[in-house]
Design a binder for this molecule. Sequence first.
Ligand code: BTN
Length: 326
Amino acid sequence: MKAEILSLLRKTEGYISGQELCERFGVTRAAVWKVINGLKKEGYGIEAVTGRGYRLSSLPDVFSAEELESRMHTEWAGRNLVFYESTGSTNIQAKLLAEEGAPSGTLVVAEKQTQGRGRRGRTWASPAGRNLYFTILLKPEFAPDKASMLTLVMALAVQGAVAEVCGVDAQIKWPNDVVVNGRKVTGILTEMSVQGEYIQHVVIGVGVNVKEQEFVPELKEKAASLEQESGMPVSRAALLEKIMEHFEHDYTLFMKKLNLSLLLEQYNAVLVNCGREVRVLDPAGEYMGIAQGINEKGELCVEVSGKKVKKVYAGEVSVRGVYGYV
Ligand code: BTN
């Protein structure tokens, strides 16, 4: 009921009477008062005026299950939400929940991770109160070889939400790092469980650097936070709300064709590598070329000498700018 009352207060322009809240939720005035008091304790500014009711007067940057639930207006993405104050890794929790039968679209969020994981076996620093750490669980009914494209769908969703909420020029470094001013603000780790030819579940884990922070020396040049780059306070809850909205929309377009053809134009328009010289770190041999954009499978098309175009598949291959990270 707390999340619903919060959502109602947020939607209502003026006051909402205690009587109306009682009727809507079929509870006593004392029960409504208890919820309002709880919200005030969490830092929400709520004015109570006799004869008029309650009004939300200020919104603190609260990051809690109720705050997030009250913001979700999607159809399925994030509607089943599991929130942890602290957990090892949201990806691991999402996989456990999948095995226990959690529905597709379940969103696992943590205030802090004690064993945050990055790609290629790296760790992902996950202190409390600063960033977003979340994983969405999907149970798609398509062939396992299509799943890698979901990482690009998520990158596009995060890029769109970051641009909208923070008002910055967010871009994507192929395949799935979201960058602002050439610095990485988001990392995505997609993992899949397959049985035979079928996907059991896919988990897409996302870490977004939101608040000002010190990065370890090897990341100093490469990483940044959204508040550092935008110079503005950023609400983690508002950002996650928008990411889920964008993801549901973009995923629906992906599912129509089971490829990225309906998202191609949008993706290539924000692809930082487009038209730039890149170094392809292929284990079979490094080479240079000009990135042209992705194709409908999410491969990066790179023009190498003699106008020949090589298609780079994300898997084990990394791409760097000639003079640095992008
Ligand atoms: C990368 O190396 O760029 C990917 C980092 C992914 C980090 C996120 S944080 C939420 C989720 N849980 C994890 O343990 N990892 C992902």
